[in-house]
Design a protein. Structure first.
Ligand code: ZN
Ligand code: ZN
Length: 266
């Protein structure tokens, strides 16, 4: 029997950066059969077909911009007879792989964000395979949606369609979300009127204890927060990686009150 199947283990920053969709498209274009999947060591690929040498070349030269290949291991195997090329579910082997850092908004998402006809018009949590949160939403590896803080947000039909379409920019984009199904921004005003918490509504927030008397505002929370800061209030802004406490640094009273609350002398 001939060694016509190849198993490829790719290590480095190869999860959450559009690597599997890239491998999928590359294999399709070269008529190769097999699979690609995330494992806790990196990405595992198996290919069968005539154009495997072009595959190896393009794997390195055309890899997605955010990926960083550090090591490629190729193991020759006996022919198996794959009928198509698939993206398979992850295998968790409890080892270690590298997760990309959070990536700032890409040009495509920026364009959608400001497009009145786009379903994500002004949606602050817009992202795709080329941008968005990674490290801060990862709870465990491999990097798949159930292992991220996004697991509590069930994708709507529109988002799901993007997620499963290999030709879409959001194919397997784990933090994929929209105003219908994803997190949103809200402002929580404490009853005693001295602390304000604009926040996304993720699980952590639902777990935190806010008094029932606290007021929750859903309309224009960002503009209202700016107003509150200008009025000298203290605001805790909950982002993807924790809280950022803010006040007007030029407002002496606000700064003093914050120092008092934080028990800092200067
Ligand atoms: Zn993007
Ligand atoms: Zn959605």
């Amino acid at each position: 029997m001939e060694y016509t199947r190849q198993r490829i283990l790719v290590k480095g920053i190869v999860q959450g950066v559009g690597f599997r969709p890239f491998v999928y498209s590359l294999a399709q274009s070269l008529n190769l059969k097999g699979f690609v999947m995330n494992s806790s060591e990196g990405v595992v690929i198996e290919i069968e077909g005539e154009k495997s040498s072009i595959f190896f070349e393009k794997l390195k030269t055309e890899a997605p911009p955010l990926s960083q290949i550090m090591h490629v291991e190729i193991i020759p195997l006996h022919y198996y007879g794959y009928r198509d090329f698939q993206i398979l579910e992850s295998k968790d082997e409890g080892s270690f792989t590298l997760i990309s850092a959070d990536v700032s908004l890409c040009d495509d998402c920026f364009r959608e964000l400001l497009d009145k006809n786009d379903r994500r018009y002004l949606y602050p949590f817009i992202n795709c395979t080329n941008c968005g949160p990674r490290y801060t939403i990862t709870e465990s590896i491999p990097y798949d949606r159930p292992n991220t803080t996004m697991s509590v947000f069930k994708m709507c039909a529109d988002c799901e369609r993007e997620y499963y379409d290999p030709g879409n920019r959001r194919f397997h984009a784990q933090p994929n979300a929209c105003p219908v199904c994803g997190p949103h921004v809200e402002l929580i005003v404490k009853k005693e009127r001295d602390t304000f918490l604009p926040s996304d509504t993720n699980k952590a927030l639902q777990r935190s204890s806010y008094a029932a008397s606290d007021r929750r505002e859903h309309s224009n929370p960002i503009e209202k927060t700016i107003q509150l800061l200008k009025e000298g209030n203290i605001v805790a802004i909950k982002g993807l990686g924790g809280f950022h406490i803010a006040c007007d640094a030029f407002n002496k009273q606000a700064v003093e009150r914050l120092r008092l609350k934080k028990r800092k002398s200067n």
